[in-house]
Design a protein around this ligand. Structure first.
Ligand SMILES: Cc1cc2nc3c(=O)[nH]c(=O)nc-3n(C[C@H](O)[C@H](O)[C@H](O)COP(=O)(O)O)c2cc1C
Length: 254
């Protein structure tokens, strides 16, 4: 069975080199399953000014909104978001980090529930795991759950491209299957407790950030177990409830 699906590659480098070439390899495999890959280079985006207007009044009030508007529109239409970054000093590139900073409102008012993510890091050799663990964390906070990841050590790949070519073939098939199945995300304690800690914080800061509070109220998140329909393990949910009550108690004492 084939699907017509769109992937948006969010690229944390200005170079059409390693990360881009690996994305191109994914594109040619995923085309076989009727996926279309679009590319968004993130290096032209201005630095986050730290004004928090996106949180206080909405993303449209960001003084640099114009440089992210098109990317956000493309994200809303995509089925899969590929985060693709080179490893810089054992972490994501500054370009990718700036993009995540610019999208900070996703962490307060997430909306990418109907999408999946895939995480890609290219490196000479080191830092791939740390980099992708951080991106995994971000994707979960955006409620855009990862369906796979790949670290490409270019020093090895340039000597022998065959293993990565095989891996990309296998991963592309898996991406196709997972997107078709579109299973509800299976949540861990981190996801469940983070949701609840956010609720406590958003309620605590309702005067400073009324938009967040109103949004949470309107979505029913002030009473629910999570942002969206998901597989919620009972025991982990109970533990998350307990964590929420402890955080609430600590805040009440302030
Ligand atoms: C500023 C900078 C920092 C880097 N830090 C690391 C590193 O910590 N570990 C590593 O193995 N490679 C490191 N590299 C190499 C890049 O991760 C690697 O060349 C990557 O594939 C480049 O991706 P690109 O060609 O898509 O820009 C670094 C490169 C630069 C420019």
């Amino acid at each position: 069975m084939t699907v017509n699906k769109t992937i948006l590659a969010l690229i944390g480098t200005s170079r059409k080199k390693s990360a881009y070439n690996i994305l191109k390899m994914f594109e040619s495999e995923l085309e076989k399953y009727n996926f279309t890959m679009e590319y968004a280079f993130l290096h032209k985006i201005e630095f986050c000014r730290g004004c928090e207007l996106c949180l206080i009044h909405g993303i449209g009030k960001c003084p640099n909104f114009a440089d992210v508007e098109e990317i956000i529109n493309k994200m809303s239409k995509a089925d899969v978001l590929f985060f693709a970054t080179p490893v810089y000093c054992d972490f994501i590139s500054g370009i990718m980090k700036n993009f995540i900073d610019r999208m900070v409102y996703f962490m307060h008012r997430p909306w990418l529930f109907d999408k999946h993510s895939f995480l890609l890091a290219t490196t000479k050799y080191s830092g791939g795991k740390e980099t992708l663990d951080y991106l995994d964390n971000v994707a979960r906070r955006w409620v855009c759950f990862p369906i796979g990841r790949l670290i490409v050590r270019m020093s090895l790949h340039e000597r022998d491209p065959e293993p990565i070519a095989k891996e990309i073939k296998k991963l592309s098939k898996e991406i196709h299957t997972k997107v078709l199945k579109n299973q509800k995300p299976k949540l861990g304690l981190y996801d469940l407790s983070y949701f609840r800690i956010m609720r406590v914080m958003i309620t605590f800061a309702k005067k400073e950030l009324p938009l967040d509070y109103e949004h949470w109220k309107e979505k029913g998140w002030l009473e629910s177990d999570f942002y969206c329909d998901a597989n919620i393990p009972l025991s982990k949910n109970l533990l998350a409830k307990f964590i929420e009550s402890r955080v609430q108690k600590a805040l009440n004492k302030l």
